[in-house]
Design a protein around this ligand. Structure first.
Ligand code: ADP
Ligand code: MG
Length: 243
């Protein structure tokens, strides 16, 4: 589903930084990959390159057979296939939950209002907040807002879902409800790339764990391998700090 070959991404403010350095990986359909690593290691940049919020400087990225770095590829088309959920929810504050989830369905997917409304209720059922359809985001808890953000991404019927620290901004008591929604998605076969510090989620749900540091993938393995036998010194150090 996702094939990344030798991508590089540099930033030049204030001096040259390799946010991604020769990153390659293959992610199969239905696979759940958890990306971990210290702050500044390139995790967000990696996700953002997968949906073209950032453009890699060089290398190749194929998503479901589409070469997303090919200048002739329609970026909006790519974004329709790749859903993204951020730490900070990013809901439209002046729109209701229903409007937030309907908007792209109607504008981008050109669904009739009746169809997008029905789809929105189905998704709100899925994330457990059908009763919140007509309220504004500010009237919701952080966990509820994040579930709306997930429903909104799913409304586009993406082939891949990217999550960038989706529970990091939440009060601890709300982390579980968001992870539960993500676990359900994983069980249903969604292809997911998840940046998270929730190692319980990684253990339980991930097919593979990727460890990044200084813009490089330093280790890839199953959770069993990773948490018990990682030989990479920096990965061991990182784990000892967060576990
Ligand atoms: P992580 O998500 O693992 O914390 P990031 O991908 O956000 O890491 O950042 C990787 C590196 O790229 C860091 O050194 C960061 O400062 C730098 N970086 C990321 N985004 C930008 C940007 N828009 N401008 C300049 N530097 C950036
Ligand atoms: Mg980040």
């Amino acid at each position: 589903m996702i094939s990344v070959k030798n991508i590089y991404k540099t930033f030049h403010v204030p001096h040259k930084v390799y946010a991604l350095k020769d990153v390659s990986c293959e992610i199969a359909a239905g696979e759940v990959v958890v990306v971990i690593g210290p702050s500044g290691s390139g995790k967000s940049t990696f996700l953002r390159c997968l949906n073209q919020l950032e453009k890699a400087d060089s290398g190749h990225i194929m998503i479901d057979g589409i070469d997303i770095l090919d200048p002739s590829t329609n970026i909006n088309k790519v974004r329709e296939e790749v859903g993204m959920v951020f730490q900070s929810f990013n809901l439209f504050p002046h729109k209701t939950v229903m409007q937030n989830i309907r908007l792209a369905q109607e504008v981008v997917r050109r669904r009739p209002a009746e169809e997008s409304t029905e789809k929105t209720y189905t998704l709100l059922d899925k994330v457990g907040i059908r009763d919140k359809a007509n309220v504004h985001p500010e009237q919701l808890s952080g966990g509820q807002q994040q579930r709306v953000a997930i429903a909104r991404a799913l409304a586009m019927d993406p082939k891949v879902m990217l999550f960038d620290e989706p529970t990091s901004a939440l009060d601890p008591e709300m982390v579980g409800e968001v992870l539960d929604v993500m676990k359900t998605l994983a069980r249903e076969g969604m292809t997911m790339v998840v940046v998270t510090h929730e190692m319980g989620f990684a253990r339980e749900v991930a097919d593979r764990v990727i460890f990044m540091d200084h813009g490089e993938i330093l280790e890839v393995g199953t959770p069993e391998h990773f948490f018990k036998n990682t030989r990479n010194e920096r990965a061991r150090l990182f784990l000892s700090q967060i576990l």
